[in-house]
Design a protein around this ligand. Structure first.
Ligand code: FMN
Length: 192
């Protein structure tokens, strides 16, 4: 696939076929993505890939976080049980969840460099996945900022920043493209 085509045609995927992506395909995507730019060669990206039974631990940590954040408050017990089940089932039917995280640098400038490198890594993952016929949704939900969620998935929140969770699977439906603003409206060429 030509690069420009992958960049333009890639879409965020919300619905997946109920089957796993082959492990060698996924490993190749995550391995090749590591050619992202990385200042000081820190390669700050790390991945927890949840799939099969492993998704249960992740879904439980998400639900616990929603609970702590009061998401289920104001509902009676039955309604709140239904809401939890709905969210749990939704998460479990997604074939893979990749939690992307990085070590926190105390120096703000270096932290920003690392965060930028991890975002470049994530976009590489998205494009490589697209080329392989695999769909991804880049998500940044509130639980990524919940220290107890980090602990729940075995990560010390004082050491690690949770950057995103990528939902991954073969696309069941590819949404229509949302138009982009012409760059002429956002870019000035300064010649003198
Ligand atoms: C940092 C970041 C966080 C995002 N978080 C979410 C999210 O939590 N949920 C979601 O549905 N989409 C999320 N998206 C995907 C955007 O909504 C999506 O890229 C946008 O609607 C354009 O659609 P496209 O990717 O198909 O071109 C996120 C994208 C980025 C870059």
């Amino acid at each position: 696939m030509e690069l420009g085509e992958a960049v333009k045609k890639r879409r965020s995927i919300h619905e997946y076929e109920p089957k796993l992506v082959e492990e060698d395909v996924l490993k190749n995507i995550f391995r090749t993505a590591a050619w992202a730019p990385t200042h000081r060669m820190k390669e700050p990206w790390n991945v927890h890939l949840y799939q099969e039974k492993g998704k249960e631990r992740y879904a439980e940590a998400v639900l616990d976080s929603y609970e702590r954040q009061g998401f289920f408050q104001g509902y009676d017990e039955e309604k709140s049980r239904q809401l939890k089940k709905g969210i749990g089932d939704f998460l479990l039917q997604i074939p893979h969840h990749a939690l992307i995280y990085m070590p926190k640098d105390e120096d703000e400038r270096k932290f920003e460099e690392d965060y930028a490198a991890v975002c470049a890594y994530v976009q590489n993952v998205q494009l490589l996945a697209w080329e392989a016929g695999v769909g991804v949704l880049w998500t940044t939900s509130p639980y990524l900022h919940d220290p107890e969620f980090a602990k729940g998935v075995g990560l010390d929140p004082s050491f690690y920043k949770l950057v995103s969770v990528l939902q991954i699977g073969y696309p069941k439906r590819i949404p229509k493209a949302k138009q982009r603003t012409d760059i002429g409206d956002k870019m000035k060429v300064i010649r003198t």
